[in-house]
Every structure is written in structure tokens, then in C-alpha cells.
Design a protein around this ligand. Structure first.
Ligand code: NAD
Length: 498
């Protein structure tokens, strides 16, 4: 990386835990190196908490809960808007920190920061609606009245991954705070820096101590302690399906609520009538954004046979020309993978694809290293039994198969244990809607890139999710529903009836 390309940091890097409104060191006296994936150099060491620190953070959150819950929705909204403005004011700094720590091109990090601010603003709007929210339910009894209230779930544990560190945090944190919950956040051990800076912004927004806490550290030490702590009412987890299963089992021991956002192996179906330029853009964007480290990566391409040759030729050209390198350098389209384990995992998948008989069309260029740079890779005629077709690779590897009929396309698309998202590319509007209806996926884009608005919904079918984030669903995930039934007040009208 050239000296000029390095970001300049106007603030010192945050490395401590944030508990009860103070930056502190853990009882473990342990630290974790945070590595720059572009150079493999250690950027800084952050404090690595343990179960005792989780306990301290959860107790602080529990202590702060009643006062936070009793604030009006409008008051909580004011804090959320202050966070959104703080995020916007520090956009360049947050984006640079994320690209340094996660490796994604700086332009992608700027998109993430915009998404974070928009999410806090959206949930501020929803928090304001809560003040009026007591809903009367129509019941057959003329003697009684039933109302439904929505109340905050309590202290919640938020556990997030490294691929979209700030966005996955905002999608949980904004609705949790809006609902009136207090929070302990556990960032990924690979990418804690953006969230620690976000914590500094939240501190400056003036949230009362204990409402928001961050404990950095490993999943087995910090994450596991959050999932079993008796004062945590709910755990909202985004990460791998394997760890999601462990979280669910751990939470079951105390019957905690869980929301899970897990892996995917999503299809993009390209019909022969598709606009070819659009199809190429959507396939490339769906597979290579964030170096393919996307739960929503549409890495299984199903193309109708008459268009297959033309699409594959265009994809091969784009893959060969993809510029992989320093996330801060201009013109770079793809950075490194975020950590060594993921780099090695993706290399194993590429070898596996070759061994399983998939036909390797092209591999693009990538810097030799240091850095976890992977060549973007295009396979065609991939056997459906191959791991590269069935398992989440989480890297820049695209697999293509052809189909003959719409029914075949839908059956192949749904032939997976996941069901997060799907894309359909066709000029036939009726077919687009019909196929969208038949796909087992939580989000379907028709002729559109992977746009995600906070007002909508996020989550999938099958092993991809339990629950939904974003939209009103994201807020409901942090609420309990309370029914209050009481005799109707005796009015003069009712006295007359009697
Ligand atoms: P991961 O499952 O390894 O880790 C996720 C988080 O869980 C980290 O903070 C980790 O420290 C923590 N953790 C690890 N072990 C734990 C345990 N026993 N108890 C509690 N917490 C524990 O996932 P990752 O490698 O960081 O992220 C990649 C995965 O995330 C991919 O599978 C991807 O599909 C998924 N993901 C899903 C979505 C979605 O919205 N569905 C979004 C982003 C990423």
C-alpha cells in the first residue's frame, strides 16, 4: 500500500471495552491483535473480555433498563437521530476504519456508513410512533375491553460478524434502542474497530450510562457468555449457520428469545429474454461485492440455455478484468478477504470445485501478497453434488449451470438448505412475479441490484434465518406483547341499557 493511500486518522483508535458509560480494561487482562487484511500487519491490539466482563456489562444494562424503558418514544428517537448525525459527520473516518479492518474498497464502506445513518433515522421515526401505540382489540364481550401494548424485551445481547460490521450492528442496535431495550454488543474479533468508533459516537450522543455497552473478545469467551447470561432476555445473532446452531442451543437452556441471521447459497436466475448488459451487472455485483463475503451472495447462476454461451463469455471477460488490490487505491473493485481463515477456506473450495469436475473458465488477477487477496473465479457446468454448488463459500467464486424450463429453474433454485435471497432477470414482468412467488427466499430482486432499504425486511427461509430484521419486523423482534383485559367503564349509555 502506498503511503498516500493510507487513511489519516484524526482520532486515536479505540481499543477498550465500553461498559456503563466508561472505557475500561477487562478482568481477563487479555488483548487480541486486529489485523489489516491488505498487509497482514497488526493495526492495534484491542482488549479481549471474558465472562466476568460480560456479567459487568449485562448488569449495567439491567440497571439502566427501567429508566430507558420509561422514556417516551420521542425521547429515545432524539438519541437515535443524534447517533445518525454523528455517523454522518464521521462518515469518512468510519469508512476508512472499516476498509482498513475489513478490507472492502472504500467506496463500499461509504455505502455501509450511509446505510447505518439511514437505519438509525428510520427507527427514530418508528420510536416516535410508539407513544401512541395502545391498540384496542375487538372482542365479543360487551362487558370487557382488551388492549395490546408492546413493551421492550429487556436486556438484549447482539452478536455480529465481520463482513458488514457496522451495518449488521445498526440493523440490531437501532431497533433495540428504539423499542426501549438496553444492549450489550459483541463485535467480531476480526473487525472490532468500526464498532468501537461507533460506540464513541454513541457516547457523544449522550446515551445514559449502561444503555449501550460493548464487550470485545472471542466468540467462545464473550459470545457464549452472552447467550447463557440469566439477565439477558434475548439474543440477536448474525453469523454462520454452524455458530447460529450453537447460539440457539445455548439460549435454549434458559429459554431466551433468539433471532438468527445466518448463511445463504442464493440463486440468480437469468432467462433467455433478459437484457444481457443488465444480467452481467447483476451477476457480477451479486457475487463479487465485498469480495463475495456476503450472506446474500447470489453465487449460483442459473441461465436459460439459449443465453448461456453469451452470458458466460461476458462474465469471463468481467472476471478477468476485475481489479483486485488495496481498498484505498482508486480503480480497485475488490479488496482482500477479511481474515486468513476465510482466505484458506476459499482456496480449499476452489480446489474442491476443480476436483469435483466443475469446469474452470477463468481466474482473474490478484496481488501475490502479503494480504488475503483471492483471484475472482468462474466455474461452469458445476455438478449439483459439488460443495461449491451446495455450500456457502463466502468468497469471489461464481458457479454457473444452465436450465431448459421455468419449472427446472425454480426447482434448482430451491434445491438448497438455505433460503435467504434470490434474483430473477427477465423482460417478462408476469414471469418475474410468478417465479418470485415460487422461490423459497426471504427477499427476491427482479431486474434489480441488491438494494436493501431499512423500511423493508431482511431475513430468509429454511436454514438462513429465524425472524426478520429491518422494517417494523426489526422493531417487533425486540418487543414483548402484553394484553391487558379489564371491565369496560360503566357509561351512562350502558346504565340505560341495563
Ligand atoms: P461466525 O458465526 O464465525 O461469527 C459471528 C459472531 O459470532 C462473531 O462475533 C463470533 O465471535 C461469534 N461467536 C463465535 N462463536 C460463538 C459462540 N459459541 N457463541 C456466541 N457467539 C459466538 O460468523 P462470521 O464468520 O463472523 O461471519 C460470516 C457468516 O455470517 C456467514 O455465514 C454469513 O452468511 C453470515 N452472515 C449472515 C447475514 C444475514 O443477514 N443473514 C449477514 C452477514 C453475515
Amino acid at each position: 500500500m502506498s503511503a498516500q493511500a493510507r487513511p489519516l486518522f484524526e482520532f486515536p483508535l479505540r481499543t477498550r471495552l465500553f461498559i456503563d458509560g466508561a472505557w475500561c480494561v477487562p478482568e481477563t487482562k487479555q488483548r487480541l491483535p486486529v489485523v489489516n487484511p491488505s498487509t497482514e500487519e497488526t493495526i492495534v491490539e484491542v482488549e479481549a473480555g471474558g465472562p466476568a466482563d460480560v456479567d459487568r456489562a449485562v448488569r449495567a444494562a439491567s440497571h439502566a433498563f427501567l429508566a430507558w424503558k420509561q422514556r417516551s418514544g420521542a425521547q429515545r428517537a432524539a438519541f437515535l437521530r443524534a447517533i445518525a448525525r454523528g455517523v454522518e459527520a464521521h462518515c469518512e473516518h468510519l469508512a476508512a476504519l472499516q476498509s482498513l479492518n475489513n478490507g472492502k474498497p472504500i467506496a463500499e464502506s461509504r455505502i455501509d456508513v450511509g446505510d447505518v445513518a439511514a437505519t438509525f433515522d428510520y427507527y427514530a421515526d418508528l420510536a416516535e410512533t410508539l407513544d401512541a401505540a395502545e391498540e384496542e382489540i375487538a372482542i365479543p364481550s360487551s362487558e370487557h375491553r382488551a388492549v395490546i401494548r408492546r413493551e421492550p424485551a429487556g436486556v438484549v445481547g447482539l452478536i455480529v460478524p465481520w463482513n458488514f460490521p457496522m451495518v449488521t450492528t445498526a440493523w440490531k442496535l437501532a431497533p433495540a434502542l428504539a423499542a426501549g431495550c438496553t444492549v450489550v454488543l459483541k463485535p467480531s474479533e476480526f473487525t472490532p474497530l468500526p464498532e468501537l468508533e461507533l460506540a464513541a459516537i454513541i457516547e457523544r450522543a449522550g446515551l445514559p450510562p449502561g444503555v449501550f455497552n460493548v464487550v470485545t473478545g472471542t466468540g467462545t469467551e464473550v459470545g457464549a457468555a452472552l447467550t447463557t447470561h440469566p439477565l439477558v432476555s434475548k439474543v440477536s445473532f448474525t453469523g454462520s449457520t454452524a455458530v447460529g446452531e450453537q447460539v440457539m442451543k445455548a439460549a435454549a437452556s434458559s429459554i431466551k428469545g433468539v433471532s438468527l441471521e445466518l448463511g445463504g447459497k442464493s440463486p440468480i436466475i437469468v432467462f433467455a429474454d433478459a437484457d444481457l448488459d443488465l444480467a452481467v451487472d447483476l451477476v457480477v455485483g451479486g457475487a463479487f461485492f465485498n469480495a463475495g463475503q456476503m450472506c446474500s451472495a447470489t453465487s449460483r447462476v442459473l441461465v436459460e440455455r439459449p443465453l448461456a454461451q453469451a452470458l458466460i463469455a461476458r462474465l469471463a471477460d468481467r472476471v478477468a478484468r476485475t481489479v483486485v488490490g488495496d481498498p484505498f487505491a482508486s480503480g480497485v473493485q475488490m479488496g482482500p478477504l477479511t481474515n486468513r481463515a476465510q482466505y484458506e477456506r476459499v482456496q480449499r473450495f476452489i480446489s474442491r470445485g476443480k476436483a469435483d469436475g466443475a469446469s474452470l473458465v477463468v481466474q482473474g488477477g490478484a496481488p501475490e501478497g502479503p494480504g488475503y487477496f483471492v483471484q475472482p473465479t468462474l466455474f461452469v457446468d458445476v455438478p449439483t453434488s459439488s460443495a461449491v454448488w451446495r455450500e456457502e463459500i463466502f468468497g469471489p467464486v461464481l458457479c454457473v449451470r444452465s436450465f431448459d424450463t421455468e419449472d427446472d429453474a425454480v426447482a434448482s433454485a430451491n434445491d438448497t438448505e438455505f433460503g435467504l435471497v434470490a434474483t430473477v432477470v427477465t423482460r417478462d414482468a408476469a414471469r418475474g412475479q410468478r417465479v418470485a412467488g415460487a422461490l423459497q427466499a426471504g427477499v427476491v430482486w427482479i431486474n434489480a441490484p441488491q438494494l436493501i432499504f431499512p423500511q423493508t425486511s431482511w431475513g430468509g427461509y429454511k436454514k438462513s434465518s429465524i425472524g426478520r430484521e429491518l422494517g417494523p419486523f426489526g422493531l417487533a423482534a425486540f418487543q414483548e406483547v402484553k394484553q391487558i383485559l379489564s371491565p369496560r367503564p360503566v357509561t351512562s349509555e350502558r346504565l340505560f341499557e341495563a
